[in-house]
Design a protein around this ligand. Structure first.
Ligand code: NAD
Length: 299
């Protein structure tokens, strides 16, 4: 497949995503501030550049996968000041909706089509090329981006105009944070009531309590053998990343005047959990906080 892509931000997610683009036949030139990420990218068939602008030079498409909104706005300001009109810009980082819209505006002013396209699926999905992309931007920009995103993901959604991808991502993850806490509370209550975890799982997984946090990602060991509870709550999806997304949802809710009381409570609980030193644990380990334990058992 033809096409030259500049890829900026080759970390835990960006590294394997860029590698999948190279595997799919794109010519990929990458840049990261961290020398170790550059080294790993070189080993995965990615040409390494000395700066973001060098990675983007001559590329038809530039993708950013960076930690937060300020990094994206900083890099896109450089790109939009230098790239030729018509270069497609894609940001797949998870950032606040406001920064996403600012990045789109920078691209627009340069005559560059752009989409925000955050992902879900984690590092496992990034490596396997099975990410879900939620995109915001014009139909024309999405149509250009879609075949590129398909080389890194399995499900690709166009959610609306500028910022709609980020909006979909934080709304989904707010559901996830709240539902995980709900499922954890139910298992903690069941323990106090002498109800076995398997009995609660068997009933709730085919009843109205059914949800992804229960049936795919069960926060206690046993009922779903592949869930992180079975392996000492090794992530998975780290509690600190859940907290990041819940805080983005709260910032967006504040700016939009939306009332999200359970999202606010979930953000507070994850902040407490991170403060106790568990930011690196899987987010389902928050069951131990609800059990009144600082450290967990094996699920
Ligand atoms: P990471 O910290 O591993 O990677 C980010 C990379 O960006 C780092 O290697 C860093 O050196 C680089 N970087 C920072 N500023 C830069 C700049 N100005 N120029 C070039 N490189 C720069 O983070 P990650 O886990 O890959 O996550 C990236 C984004 O994806 C985040 O927004 C995160 O919220 C989101 N995300 C992560 C996961 C996950 O499970 N890790 C899942 C979904 C979404």
């Amino acid at each position: 497949m033809a096409g030259t892509i500049g890829f900026i931000g080759l970390g835990n997610m960006g590294g394997p995503m860029a590698a999948n683009l190279a595997k799919a036949g794109f010519s990929v030139r990458g840049f990261d501030l961290a020398p170790a990420s550059l080294e790993a990218a070189r080993g995965a068939g990615i040409a390494v550049a000395g700066s973001a602008l060098e990675a983007a030079e001559g590329a038809e498409t530039v993708i950013t996968m960076l930690p937060a909104g300020r990094h994206v706005v900083e890099v896109w300001t450089q790109l939009a000041g230098n790239l030729p009109a018509g270069t497609l810009l894609i940001d797949s980082s998870t950032v606040d909706v406001d920064s996403a819209r600012r990045a789109h505006a920078l691209a627009d002013a340069r005559g560059c089509p752009s989409i925000d396209a955050p992902v879900s699926g984690g590092t496992g999905g990034a490596k396997a090329g099975t990410l879900t992309f939620m995109a915001g931007g014009s139909e024309a920009a999405f149509a250009r981006a879609e075949p590129i995103l398909k080389a890194m993901g399995r499900a690709i959604f166009h959610c609306g105009g500028a910022g709609a991808g980020q909006a979909a991502k934080i709304c989904n993850n707010m559901i996830l944070g709240i539902s995980m806490i709900g499922v954890c509370e139910a298992f903690a209550l069941a323990e106090k009531l002498g109800l076995s975890r398997q009995a609660l799982f068997d009933v709730a997984s085919v009843s109205s309590g059914q949800c992804w946090s229960l049936t795919t990602y069960c926060p206690v060991a046993g009922p779903v053998p592949t869930s992180p509870a079975n392996s000492g709550y090794r992530p998975g999806f780290a509690a600190s990343l859940m907290l990041k997304d819940l805080r983005l949802a709260q910032a967006a809710a504040g700016a939009a005047g939306a009332s999200t009381p359970l999202g606010a409570e979930a953000a507070q609980l994850y902040a407490l959990f991170e403060g106790l030193g568990h930011g690196g644990d899987d987010f389902s380990a928050i069951i131990n906080l609800l059990r009144g334990r600082d450290t967990g058992d094996q699920g």
